[in-house]
Design a protein around this ligand. Structure first.
Ligand SMILES: [Cu+2]
Length: 695
């Protein structure tokens, strides 16, 4: 007997399964079993070999008391009819509940299996339409008392098909994309991560300062060892001194691009004071490029000896976790043709759209046909509203845009575009349609569509056909892989930028090594994560005397460390010696973008930093053969990763770390369970070495 889903088609309460009732290993322990037992007793009314103990368990559950065999014999007839009556009543109740649930599901806006547009969701599909809608209950209250927000996440491997093509994925709580974290500045976030997947995991909360909580930064090989399969770890940190649009993702291997990623939004009274009166509705727009295999499947081909640095090109793009791959391109894959994603809006409102580029590498050109928008936020940095027709969002970057829905007299439906910039790919593939789009949809006034809506028929969403193609004419992108030029933005607040700091220069490149395999290189080092996180090694060895200020290779030639021994301003120049662009991300800090240019940084520019409002952010794309000068204050003890955010380049070793305030770091106590992760990793390494010796 089974009922997998109340209200579904699998309601089979009246069947009797073929369980062996004599098996002592299987005492009935739930209502299913109890119902079985009653049927059994009924069928064998005159058979005195019925196991009294088992019947007692049944009665104990049903009636809450245990009877003896004698009592049972004495009251036998009335008991059976009473139980039968209760079972029938139970079945009726279940059926009624089932019908009610079914009814509610077919009506609009209820149940996690159907979103508020009436679209039926797959079991692994997150209801992003409703969950990423930040104003479904009105705008958020940012001025409530600081509170603790606790999340329970289970990582698991599933088969899903966000764009219609079935593939293996790794996800949080069985669904893709990840659940929204929404909180206020000053709140405490606790995330219990339980790993039920086949691979290690670790969660990085992208852009979080992690003030005093370097242990919670989630970078495998740097701030923690992996949460091994079957294990758990609890992340616990506060959101102090920051607000804005962020995200989180696994920082193990390529797990983030296999599905372990989601949005993180921090509200703040300060920001609300500046902008909240400007908008009525608010949503996260979670966009990513998408591959049809697990990330690791592409690595051997990517790092093929003598190959060029040709990153694997995605097959599709997803908006709010959904895409519509053209199934006719595949003959040998399980593929279901899906429809375009819908972004429903109401007329004459202003929407705050928080866009997050959560992909592996693609650069997104965001625009909405006929709708200009105002940029107000750059990764938590407030700027004066700046009008744009389109905005480039590089990998791992975020922005907030204000869009007015005042164009219904033109049409009811428009393309919302998150098109991929083809100039960021080494080559194109046949599968990818770079024209990633959703339908920006006003409530319909046409009779045909109105009728469908009245019937609750989700087909109303596509009854219009595709929106007209009216892309902004004067925006066709540049022919290069450049990020949005932020030099024209004016900071909302005139927070002073500190004066000149310690100068550090990095050269980022892709090199061929002995085996002719190309690797990402920072100053002649290629990051090769050790089994034991560098933070764990540091705390175990406490090798303080070995760290002078500046670059060193303490943990082997593969691991570049820039040490900063006291609170200091750092002026970091990154020269990109590669023809491809790199979106660099600094953990635990934000930096001001002071200046940038082509070819090689020259010190003449250092003496003449342009006088403009410099934007502060945590992810910056450096052009091919270009350079940038950034400034940040190191004041947070820890080991902070700095790396290219292209999943492929990070895997190829384009990564290094800052060791900040080692003396203070040495005194910090790891949280519960943190050391255990590295103990397990070290044991595994020892085992590996033993095996290596015996072989
Ligand atoms: Cu890169």
């Amino acid at each position: 007997m089974s009922y997998k889903k109340i209200g579904g088609e699998d309601l089979e309460l009246n069947n009797i399964d073929s369980r062996n009732y004599d098996s002592p290993e299987a005492p009935p322990n739930d209502l299913d079993d109890l119902a079985d037992l009653d049927d059994f007793e009924h069928d064998h009314e005159d058979d005195y070999s019925v196991d009294d103990d088992r019947a007692d368990i049944g009665e104990g559950l049903l009636g809450g008391k245990k009877s003896t065999g004698k009592q049972r014999q004495f009251r036998r007839k009335p008991k059976i009819s009473l139980k039968l009556g209760l079972v029938i009543a139970f079945v009726i109740v279940v059926l009624i509940v089932g019908f009610v649930i079914r009814y509610l599901k077919t009506s609009k806006g209820w149940s996690s299996d159907v979103d508020s547009l009436g679209r039926r969701l797959q079991p692994w599909q997150r209801n992003t339409l409703d969950e990423y809608n930040l104003s479904k209950n009105g705008l958020w209250n940012s001025s409530s008392e600081p509170q603790t927000r606790e999340y329970f996440w289970t990582i698991s491997d599933i088969v899903g098909a966000p764009d219609g093509v079935q593939r293996k994925m790794t996800v949080i709580n069985g669904k893709f994309p990840g659940p929204l974290i929404e909180a206020n500045e000053g709140d405490r976030i606790i995330v219990h991560v339980k790993n039920e997947g086949a691979d290690p995991t670790g969660m990085h909360f992208h852009g979080m300062f992690q003030k005093g909580t370097n242990f919670m930064d989630g970078v495998l090989g740097v701030t923690q060892c992996g949460i091994m399969p079957g294990h758990e770890f609890t992340y616990n940190f506060t959101l102090d001194g920051q607000y804005g649009t962020y995200w989180y993702h696994s920082h193990w291997d390529l797990q983030a691009i296999d599905g372990v990623a989601g949005p993180l939004v921090i509200h703040s009274p300060k920001e609300d004071e500046a902008y909240k009166h400007l908008y009525d509705e608010e949503m996260v727009l979670f966009v990513n490029d998408w591959y049809h295999e697990m990330g690791r499947e592409y690595m051997p081909g990517y790092l093929f000896p003598n190959g060029e640095n040709d990153e694997p090109v995605p097959q599709a793009g997803l908006i709010q976790g959904m895409g519509e791959f053209d199934c006719s391109k595949y003959t040998d894959r399980e593929c279901q043709q899906l429809q375009k994603q819908i972004i429903p809006v109401e007329e004459n409102k202003t929407y705050r759209i928080r866009i997050i580029n959560a992909g592996a590498m693609s650069e997104i050109d965001f625009s909405i046909d006929q709708h200009k928008f105002d940029l107000i936020e750059v990764e938590g940095f407030s700027v004066e509203p700046y009008e744009l027709q389109a905005a480039r969002v590089a990998n791992a970057q975020r922005y907030s845009f204000l869009v007015k829905t005042d164009k219904r007299e033109i049409d009811e439906q428009f393309w919302l575009r998150t098109e991929f910039n083809p100039h960021c790919y080494a080559e194109m593939n046949d599968e990818l349609d770079i024209n990633v789009r959703a339908i920006f949809s006003y409530p319909s006034h046409t009779e045909k569509v109105k009728k469908l809506i009245a019937k609750g028929d989700p087909n109303y969403l596509v009854a219009h056909g595709d929106p007209q193609d009216v892309k902004w004419k004067d925006f066709d992108g540049t022919v290069e892989c450049l990020e949005l030029n932020t030099t024209m933005l004016t900071p909302k607040y005139n927070d002073p930028i500190p004066g000149r700091g310690d100068f550090v220069e990095l050269h980022a490149a892709f090199h061929r090594q002995q085996g002719a395999i190309k690797r990402g290189v920072f100053n002649a080092t290629t990051w090769n994560p050790a089994k034991e996180a560098t933070l764990s090694q540091f705390l175990r060895e406490k090798p303080l005397e070995m760290f002078a200020d500046g670059p060193s290779k303490h943990w082997g030639p593969d691991q570049l460390t820039v040490t900063v021994n006291s609170t200091r301003t750092i002026d970091l120049v990154i020269n990109n010696l590669d023809d491809g662009a790199h979106p660099f991300h600094l953990h635990g800090h934000k930096f001001w973008i002071l200046d940038s240019g082509n070819s090689y940084f020259n010190f003449g520019r250092y003496d003449n930093i342009p006088d403009r409002g410099q934007v502060m952010r945590d992810t910056l794309q450096v052009d091919g053969y270009g350079w940038v000068l950034i400034r940040f204050v190191i004041d947070n003890p820890g080991i902070w990763a700095f790396h290219c955010h292209f999943a492929w380049h990070m895997e190829a070793g384009l990564s290094m770390q800052f060791l900040a305030l080692p003396e203070e770091l040495m005194e910090m106590q790891p949280p519960s369970g943190w050391n255990d992760m590295c103990k397990a990793a070290l044991e595994e390494e020892k085992e590996g070495q033993k095996e290596g010796q015996t072989n």
